[in-house]
Design a protein around this ligand. Structure first.
Ligand code: SF4
Length: 221
């Protein structure tokens, strides 16, 4: 299987360009919150379909004082709702956070499992969240979290031709050398938020334009 051409240069250029921006909310250290597998997991649940700034504030309100499953269970679902509002689907997420906390206490002695398949057994935890917890919570290597940006951009670049993030994870693992996996999510989420945006990307200020095939890009700036 062929590896991606010029990958070293591409990562170098993206890192240089994106250093001026904040890291994505699930991986960056949030003031006042201890970075643990549990706080990573809860921030990730909060971040689904929610803007980074909103996720960050909600994570701080909830996790500053309630950073373990036991401390979450002291709260009623309504209290969690008001702490995390206005994240998207805050009612569903409040219930889910309580369920996850209960499940962790009952089945994992209050710890977040460092086993990918065990993480997938938690209600509301899909491959993206499980990969994020493994990489940013447990600091493990060999995982590749894929969100909408990490799915869209490699397809635009012409590296892969896939229809779903799951397929992208599988195909990218074959052609992206493993030493890049841990940085890939941070880099491509920020790149997708700031430059290679979903509609009309900023190709004129893209540091890797000469390496891009612009597949399915109909309009750019
Ligand atoms: S050239 Fe345009 S489409 Fe290609 S990676 Fe850069 S911003 Fe995205």
């Amino acid at each position: 299987m062929k590896k991606i051409k010029y990958i070293e240069e591409i990562f170098k250029l993206l890192t240089q360009e994106l250093n001026k921006y904040n890291q994505p909310v699930v991986s960056r250290t949030k003031q006042g919150i201890k970075n643990t597998p549990f706080t990573t997991l809860i921030s990730c649940i909060l971040s689904l379909r929610t803007k980074d700034e909103v996720t960050e504030q909600a994570s701080k309100r909830l996790l500053k004082k309630h950073n373990t499953p036991e401390k979450i269970l002291i709260l009623s679902t309504q209290q969690i709702e008001s702490l995390i509002y206005p994240v998207g689907f805050y009612k569903t997420k409040a219930k889910r956070i309580k369920d996850v906390a209960k499940n962790l206490i009952k089945n994992y002695s209050g710890n977040v499992p460092d086993d990918f398949n065990e993480l997938l057994k938690l209600k509301g935890v899909g491959r993206k969240t499980a990969n994020i917890v493994m990489v940013y919570g447990h600091k493990k290597y060999g995982y590749l979290p894929i969100d909408v940006h990490c799915h869209r951009i490699p397809n635009r670049l012409g590296w892969i031709k896939t229809k779903t993030p799951e397929e992208t994870e599988e195909e990218l693992k074959k052609i992206l050398p493993e030493k890049y996996w841990n940085d890939f999510n941070d880099l491509f989420v920020t790149f997708g938020q700031k430059i290679c945006v979903p509609v009309s990307p900023f190709c004129s200020k893209c540091p890797i334009e000469k390496y891009c095939k612009k597949i399915s890009v109909e309009k750019s700036r």
